[in-house]
Design a protein around this ligand. Structure first.
Ligand SMILES: Cc1cc2nc3c(=O)[nH]c(=O)nc-3n(C[C@H](O)[C@H](O)[C@H](O)COP(=O)(O)OP(=O)(O)OC[C@H]3O[C@@H](n4cnc5c(N)ncnc54)[C@H](O)[C@@H]3O)c2cc1C
Length: 339
């Protein structure tokens, strides 16, 4: 892929009246606020446009990639020639029957969670505050505070690189902890059908949403740009404990103090986590990399301390992964090789 092909794509998009952005700057637009410039960031308004784009790119033998709200993806620095398809204009929520809805893949997860919770449906209220799109959420099988995006999902409609459209039932999509059928396939999730089977008292749902927001604000990183959890684990300290006796001992102490502080002093817990992070980084021999670090609230979150240089963040993550023998599955998507 080179500038000539980019120019050809650009002309085609203009001629076909399809919306796109040029030199889309990841250091402004991504959640980690770092990375290069995407030459063509294409924003189709409907499935027909997605199909036309896929046909055109296929006919030109151009490989594309799909992104949602870039809240779980770290993309390298420099110019990125791979055209990116983004569905954030496809955010319709259509009612099919009293409790069955079809949701466009570009809908934000927070809007999705609020929409159904306000109608008294129970099951997605815990997802409030996840900054991604529903398409990205289905790809990742996003979950939080007792709600998982695939809980009430019945089917997903998606497109392959030939523009063929498929509809698959939930049991064919292999949802697991932070993974799904869509991993490593470059399929485009277009719309998702949900069937809600539980109703709940509105006041109870509203107060739960308030609790979730307060809990997120207190326990999760909210000062520096980040991508949520770095690793797909429910407890990073427990997973790290499998690496050495020292880390195992640290985990036992960590567990004891966490239970104690959670019960008697939540402020002390925050202070304790801030210091325990330093011990962990020392024991794990993680390199100091200018511009990026780990959240004071949890070791499972990489933060941007004021750099635009995504390659440094990638280096920091590699240094973490190299220093642990018992590997932990990474949650965030790293596009370091994208052309
Ligand atoms: C502050 C913060 C808090 C977070 N909290 C949580 C949490 O509590 N729980 C949780 O699960 N996650 C959490 N996340 C991570 C992230 O928001 C979710 O994983 C979200 O689902 C990613 O959606 P996205 O649209 O941003 O995806 P992106 O980062 O844009 O993409 C992620 C992957 O999904 C693929 N993808 C995106 N859209 C589509 C599509 N339409 N079709 C096919 N593939 C697609 C991309 O190709 C990429 O591989 C958090 C992130 C942040 C920054």
């Amino acid at each position: 892929m080179n500038q000539n092909l980019i120019n050809k794509c650009r002309e085609w998009l203009v001629k076909n009246n399809i919306s796109f952005k040029e030199n889309f700057d990841l250091s402004f637009k991504s959640w980690i606020k770092a990375g290069g410039k995407i030459k063509l960031y294409i924003n189709p308004s409907n499935t027909e446009e997605v199909k036309d784009i896929v046909f055109f790119l296929k006919s030109e033998k151009i490989i594309y990639y799909i992104l949602g709200n870039i809240s779980n993806t770290l993309i390298r620095d420099g110019d990125i020639y791979t055209p990116i398809i983004n569905l954030q204009k496809i955010q319709n929520i259509d009612q099919i029957s009293s409790n069955v809805y079809s949701v466009g893949a570009g809908t934000s997860i927070s809007r999705f969670a609020n929409f159904f919770t306000k109608r008294g449906f129970s099951g997605v209220q815990g997802l409030v505050g996840i900054p991604g799109t529903v398409g990205g959420g289905v790809f990742m099988n996003a979950s939080s505070y007792g709600s998982c995006i695939s809980d009430f999902l019945t089917s997903v409609t998606f497109m392959d690189e030939y523009g063929s459209i498929y509809k698959r039932r939930k049991d064919e999509l292999f949802f697991n902890w932070r993974s799904s059928y869509f991993h490593k396939k470059n399929l485009i999730i277009l719309k998702i059908e949900f069937k809600f089977t539980k109703k709940e008292n509105q006041l109870k749902l509203d107060s739960y949403i308030k609790e979730v927001k307060a809990h997120r604000g207190f326990y999760q990183e909210n000062t520096f740009p980040n991508l949520g959890s770095l690793f797909a684990t429910r407890n990073i300290y427990k997973d790290l404990s499998k690496n050495s006796i020292i880390l195992y001992s640290m985990y036992l102490i960590h567990n004891f103090l966490t239970i104690l502080f959670k019960r008697y002093s939540k402020t002390s817990l925050v202070v304790y986590r801030k210091f325990s992070r330093l011990f962990y980084l020392k024991i794990l021999k993680i390199k100091n990399i200018q511009g990026f670090g780990f959240s004071e609230k949890t070791l499972n979150c990489i933060i941007n301390l004021g750099s635009k240089d995504a390659n440094k963040a990638i280096e920091l993550i590699s240094s973490f992964q190299e220093n642990i023998s018992y590997s932990i599955k990474r949650e965030i998507v790293i596009l370091d090789k994208i052309k």
